[in-house]
Design a protein around this ligand. Structure first.
Ligand SMILES: NC(=O)c1ccc[n+]([C@@H]2O[C@H](COP(=O)([O-])OP(=O)(O)OC[C@H]3O[C@@H](n4cnc5c(N)ncnc54)[C@H](OP(=O)(O)O)[C@@H]3O)[C@@H](O)[C@H]2O)c1
Length: 157
């Protein structure tokens, strides 16, 4: 099953110069809690962004897949060169953790979405690709003063 997790602001902004545009400790804690025991899939740019954040510390996931069209190797991750084949064939539970390109390519395969809505507009240059959230039903919603933690499941046709 493919799950996806991301945070976006009121304009669907998700990134700024290959980093997060904001610092919300509650969202980081939520992300950590939901991803720590998971097999995660991310794009090459997000992998390097996380590496620069964690420096020499290991990335806090059970298993890591990194998508990159080019030949690449990662000391702590499995390289996914053919993303579509991977998404079609995998029998694992996979949590997709970004960035924009990988979210866009994985969305049609996703069953569960963990979206953090940031109740503000920030500055940045990477936006989540617009899609129809009505294809999903809201199954959980927790509100704080700055954030909404929402969980959606795909409506089966
Ligand atoms: N707010 C959030 O929750 C959140 C979460 C994660 C990331 N982000 C933000 O998102 C931004 C990064 O997003 P991004 O779109 O620039 O990068 P990305 O999705 O992290 O990485 C794109 C990578 O995917 C590869 N790729 C593209 N198509 C592929 C395919 N069919 N098969 C395999 N690999 C494929 C590309 O390879 P090539 O290089 O060979 O084209 C590229 O290396 C950053 O600003 C980051 O902070 C935000």
């Amino acid at each position: 099953m493919i799950k996806m997790i991301w945070a976006m602001d009121e304009n669907w902004l998700i990134g700024k110069d290959n980093m997060l545009p904001w610092h919300y400790p509650k969202d980081l804690a939520y992300f950590k809690n939901l991803t720590k025991n998971e097999a995660v899939l991310m794009g090459d740019l997000t992998y390097h962004s996380l590496k620069s954040y964690y420096k020499t510390k290991p990335l806090p996931f059970r298993k890591i897949y990194v998508a990159n069209i080019n030949d690449a190797s990662y000391p702590d991750a499995i390289h996914v060169k053919d993303l579509f084949q991977f998404l079609k064939d995998t029998e694992e539970d996979i949590m997709v953790i970004g960035g924009k390109t990988i979210y866009q390519l994985c969305l049609p395969y996703a069953h569960t979405l963990y979206i953090t809505f940031v109740l503000k507009r920030h500055e940045g240059n990477v936006y989540f690709p617009r899609f129809d959230l009505n294809q999903f039903k809201l199954i959980k919603k927790d509100l704080t003063d700055e954030l909404i933690f929402a969980v959606y499941e795909r409506i089966s046709s």
